[in-house]
Design a protein around this ligand. Structure first.
Ligand code: PNS
Length: 159
């Protein structure tokens, strides 16, 4: 059976931590759909189109990865794509409660969907999109945090 998984997120912007999870998901499953979705708690710095374009630039080396956008519910999107599972990265205990709540809500809405968590690479434990934005907007060096392909896009936008 062909196994397609979904990596959903805000990706505002995508970081090396996200890329690590996407690469690992791509090595475990037949197909990965990286989908930019809306988190109503967040105010975004990059438009949906910009985020999708940035992700595409960063995953072009992965032949089984697609990039998409959805403004709907993740559980519905997973059903539509006939996905095997939702794959998310887990950095620390602080992520756990929020991720656990989302996984349970998604399961309630779509009984057939599983959420799988990949433990973050220790190197990226502390890394988040908001940290990248804060450092970039104050003129700091973000080259260890984001893929080279989008480094300039982020600096130019946030400087
Ligand atoms: O990167 P984020 O902001 O932690 O990602 C959260 C995201 C976008 C995956 C989540 O907010 C989401 O699934 N949004 C889509 C709408 C939805 O299904 N909401 C209910 C989730 S329980």
């Amino acid at each position: 059976m062909n196994k397609c998984v979904i990596c959903p997120g805000s990706y505002d912007p995508i970081t090396l931590g996200h890329i690590d999870i996407i690469e690992r998901a791509a090595s475990l499953f037949d197909k990965v759909i990286v989908v930019v979705m809306i988190n109503y708690k967040k105010k975004y710095s990059f438009s949906v189109e910009e985020r999708v374009e940035m992700i595409k630039k960063c995953v072009s080396h992965l032949s089984n990865v697609e990039v998409d956008f959805s403004d709907g519910l993740l559980s519905e999107y997973a059903k539509e794509k006939n996905a095997y599972a939702i794959v998310k990265g887990l950095r620390a205990m602080s992520d756990f409660e929020y991720e656990f709540q989302m996984a349970l809500a998604n399961k309630k809405m779509n009984k057939s969907i599983e959420t799988l968590f990949l433990t973050t690479n220790a190197e990226f434990m502390y890394l988040s999109s908001s940290m990248v934005k804060q450092i970039a907007s104050m003129g700091g060096d973000i080259s260890d945090f984001v893929p080279k392909a989008i480094h300039k896009d982020i600096i130019e936008r946030l400087k």
